[in-house]
Design a protein around this ligand. Structure first.
Ligand code: SF4
Length: 613
């Protein structure tokens, strides 16, 4: 008996057929589940050079070994594909309840391949797996889609779907389950290109465990500890909004498209202000923290607007990045992005890029469909979000993301496109927190805040501004994140879940795999996953030249940013050397043969041989 079902659904949208297949046991042992297993499938099944929005790309939706159990904060779902923004490997982790119920239905994941000629959705119930017509769902927003599917299949139906942004191939579209997004890198866009609107499941378990009594005892102990945990309580009360004011003080919270680091009136969108309009908590299946904050605006232009959020990233992207401190507009914009099925970070970053081009006269009202893009004015942001989601007018260009939009605009616009490998930067100013900057630069999926967290640096235990001795920490933070994403353990689980020793004990009790008893073995799975992601990218032509930061961070002193004022990122090269050495990569950022052997990835060596010379 094991918490692994050991089976996945392979759905071919070109033929309209699905089949159930076994997951190789050795892959579970080496890659655990979630992101690790997703990356393994992607590496094995995707030929180099595949166009991300073609039928040849695949989306791998994978649960972890603890998903749907009574352990806390582990029922999330990893989404892995080749990104339409970066052309590199993409991973995103979606919350909600869909994944847990897929496990109850008897499957650990779904591989979506091919391309349908017409809109379809997948429905799974005790009668089987059905690919159904989605003509009446196409064009609906994500909330309407949830509602319609529940009307059809029953109130308890669990849903994951794309919105109009995914249908219209906005390059940063998401998959969304209830109000939890599989956010960055354009997974929703790939699904839109394949014309699959939604996944729906009706199931009720049960799930097997290797040692049910042992597991129950461990899970209970953890729950008892969480009841009084200050970290868990803070997440429940504020979500990640509590980060805003502290980060803004030290210049980490970027303002006006990363031109500055302090925001006048930031307290209007700070944690207390947002707590004042909170109406309830929401969150993922099996989580005591329920970090989602449902907030509602009362009065003013955006009266009645309600969203589950915004989190720290979105407070920045649709707020501080545009110098917008209008809390009503912030909630309304967050809600609009969720309904359209669009990543708030890339959307806000791309709009900030447009505001700066307007500030500098590189674009004018002629280019923006008549909109005046003035910092601090949220009204054009709302119009632009609508235009991006429906790919109309100027929104069509912004829906391509900053890298492609800048190339099209020309006239020096590239200097203001704040992305890495094509993925827009999140709410962390690299010049004010250098270890984080290194992680953003080296991330195999581009500039994601979910690729590793330099906890000591952010907590002030390590100087944020020095540019030496940070490569090892970055390597370890990225490996650790990869392990968490494979378990799958929420990124907040150091405060909302359990520690590494408890994780190992839970994994053994759930799966019966003795290897998992050693926390070092489990951690090594993260390093292996990270390395395989890098090999995927190497096969696509990525190397050291792509592990970089936007020109602004390397050449322009940061303005008005408290203790980080005047900072430039000067020693990226030195930090890259440290990082590659720590992971056993060559100085060109390519895994060495010895490292591949150590990680049991010898078979990959021949694929990247020609790039290693
Ligand atoms: S802490 Fe938040 S994101 Fe993490 S599992 Fe709980 S509800 Fe989901």
């Amino acid at each position: 008996m094991s918490s692994y079902n050991g089976k996945l659904i392979r759905l071919n949208l070109t033929t309209g057929k699905s089949q159930v297949e076994e997951i190789p046991r050795a892959w579970l042992k080496d890659f655990l589940g979630g992101r690790g297993l997703g990356v393994k499938y992607l590496y094995e099944e995707l030929k180099p050079g595949v166009e991300p929005l073609s039928a040849d790309n695949k989306v791998i939706m994978m649960m972890g070994p603890l998903g749907a159990t009574t352990a806390m904060s582990v029922s999330r779902m990893a989404l892995v594909t080749k990104s339409p923004l970066t052309g590199a490997v993409a991973k995103s982790v979606m919350g909600g309840s869909f994944g847990a119920f897929l496990k109850f239905a008897g499957y650990d994941g779904i591989i979506v391949e091919g391309e349908s000629a017409k809109p379809v959705y997948l429905h799974i119930d005790k009668e089987g797996i059905h690919l159904l017509d989605a003509a009446d769902l196409w064009g609906l927003d994500t909330q309407q889609t949830h509602q319609k599917l529940r009307e059809k299949h029953g109130k308890s139906t669990q849903v994951a779907c794309i919105g109009p942004a995914g249908e219209n191939l906005v390059r940063y579209a998401v998959l969304i389950s209830d109000l939890r997004c599989g956010g960055r890198t354009g997974v929703g866009t790939v699904l839109g290109a394949k014309k699959i609107k939604a996944f729906a499941v009706n199931s009720s378990g049960p799930l097997s465990l290797h040692d049910p009594d042992g597991f129950k005892k461990l899970a209970r102990e953890i729950i008892e500890g969480l009841k009084t945990s200050p970290g868990r309580i803070k997440m429940s009360d504020f979500g990640t909004s509590y980060l805003t004011l502290g980060f803004e003080k030290v210049g980490i919270f970027p303002v006006k498209n990363f031109q500055e680091g302090r925001l006048e009136g930031v307290e209007k969108i700070g944690d207390e202000a947002l707590a004042n309009i909170k109406i309830k908590n929401d969150g993922c299946y099996g989580c005591m923290a329920k970090c989602g904050q449902v907030r509602q605006v009362s009065g003013g232009t955006y009266d009645g607007a309600t969203s589950e959020g915004p989190d720290y990233e979105t407070i920045w992207s649709l707020g501080g990045n545009l110098a917008n401190t209008d809390i009503g507009a912030l909630i309304a914009a967050d809600s609009l992005c969720d309904k359209l099925g669009m990543d708030t970070v890339s959307a806000g970053n791309t709009i900030g890029f447009a505001y700066e081009l307007y500030q500098r006269g590189i674009i004018t009202k002629e280019d923006t469909d008549g909109l005046e893009l003035n910092w601090g004015d949220p009204a054009p942001m709302m119009t632009l979000l609508e235009k991006i989601g429906s790919r109309q007018g100027f929104g069509r260009l912004l829906g391509e993301g900053t890298k492609r939009a800048a190339a099209k605009i020309g006239k020096g616009a590239e200097d203001y496109a704040i992305h890495i490998k094509g993925l827009e930067l999140p709410a962390y100013e690299p010049r004010a927190v250098k270890g984080y900057g290194l992680i953003l630069a080296t991330s195999n999926i581009g500039a994601s805040h979910m690729y590793g967290r330099p906890r000591d640096e952010l907590a002030g235990k390590k100087d944020k501004l020095t540019e030496v001795d940070k490569g090892k920490d970055a390597a370890s933070a990225e490996s650790s994140q990869a392990t968490q994403d494979s378990v799958i353990q929420c990124s907040f689980s150091p405060v909302t879940g359990f520690n590494a020793q408890q994780r190992s004990e839970l994994l053994v009790a759930a799966t019966g795999f003795k290897e998992f008893a050693d926390p070092a073995y489990v951690e090594k799975i993260g390093e292996r996953t990270l390395c395989l992601e890098r090999c995927f990218n190497v096969r696509e032509g990525f190397d050291r030249k792509d592990d970089t930061l936007p020109k602004r961070m390397r050449t322009e002193p940061l303005q008005n940013a408290g203790p980080a004022t005047g900072q430039v990122f000067k020693n990226l090269d030195g930090l890259l050397d440290e990082y590659y050495d720590a992971l056993g990569y060559t100085r060109n950022g390519i895994p060495s043969e010895a490292k591949l052997k150590e990680l049991g990835l010898e078979g990959v060596a021949k694929d990247i041989e020609k790039f290693s010379k």
